[in-house]
Design a protein around this ligand. Structure first.
Ligand SMILES: Cc1cc2nc3c(=O)[nH]c(=O)nc-3n(C[C@H](O)[C@H](O)[C@H](O)COP(=O)(O)O)c2cc1C
Length: 244
């Protein structure tokens, strides 16, 4: 349809990178593009940490369960939801409101929107990457490694670099399953998801020389149970989030 939509619809996570640094002006353009994301009430309630220290990278990779692209990628960004800046620079507020779950949602959404803009900007510059939710395996440790104050938490990391693989497009759900008109009509979802499960099974069979034959439903259920991160709620409250 146009170049922007073509770019958006050619997304694939990249986990293998060329040994080539990303030019500094490109790094800055990626971050600035992220900054131009829409933001709740102009709060800009996020911070982005570029982790360059190899030791810290190693520690963070360990937290993710040994995802080696965290140490191998030329650029590793950590996206934080950040209400700390607001608490220290906004005026005329009741500090208790920072503990509202609504504020937590706003900061988390702000971080995610900035990240996705940054990701797309990177892709437009010929780069590729992958989000790293695995960094939430131990938010307390990550918080210590990065020296995060109260009211800041890590939403996810992001590996970026020049791609050294072409993993192919991973099929998405049928549009009708995610896109509804006027109300949540799920009457045809089960049938469509059953068909989609077959597509995803074939995708994994093709990609793994027949070794993996997961459907989407099987894989999602397993992934969900693999890391339930039951301690995150308590950790967030200890950082001042989600008190009510
Ligand atoms: C918030 C978020 C966290 C993710 N965390 C990880 C991760 O820790 N490790 C990883 O290899 N991929 C991670 N991914 C990548 C997803 O697995 C990937 O986007 C999904 O399987 C779809 O594949 P695609 O991006 O190639 O289309 C994450 C993606 C998102 C959006």
């Amino acid at each position: 349809m146009n170049q922007t939509i073509d770019l958006l619809m050619s997304h694939m996570s990249i986990r293998k990178f060329k040994e080539k640094n990303i030019e500094e002006e490109k790094v800055r353009a990626i971050i600035e593009a992220g900054q131009w994301a829409a933001t709740s009430s102009h709060f800009q309630a996020y911070s982005i940490i570029n982790v360059q220290d190899p030791h810290k990278r190693q520690l963070l990779a360990e937290v993710t369960g040994g995802q080696k692209w965290v140490t191998e990628c030329p650029l590793f960004l950590v996206f934080c939801a950040d209400l700390h800046r607001g608490k220290t620079s906004w005026e005329g507020f009741d500090p208790k409101v920072f503990g509202n779950t609504e504020m937590f949602i706003m900061a988390t959404v702000d971080a995610a929107l900035a990240a996705q803009k940054a990701f797309i900007a990177a892709q437009s510059l010929g780069l590729g990457g992958v989000y790293i939710g695995g960094i939430r395996n131990d938010l307390r440790k990550v918080s210590e490694i990065l020296g995060l104050p109260e009211l800041v938490y890590v939403v996810f990391g992001m590996c970026l670099g020049y791609p050294d693989e072409d993993p192919g497009l991973k099929p998405r759900l049928p549009l009708e399953v995610v896109y509804k008109t006027d109300s949540y009509d799920e009457s045809t979802d089960a049938e469509r998801i059953a068909a989609y499960n077959k597509v995803v099974r074939q995708y994994y069979l093709d990609r793994t020389d027949g070794k993996t034959k997961d459907t989407w439903s099987e894989r999602c259920g397993r992934n969900m149970m693999a890391k339930t991160r039951d301690e995150i709620g308590e950790f967030l409250r200890s950082k001042g989030f989600c008190k009510k």
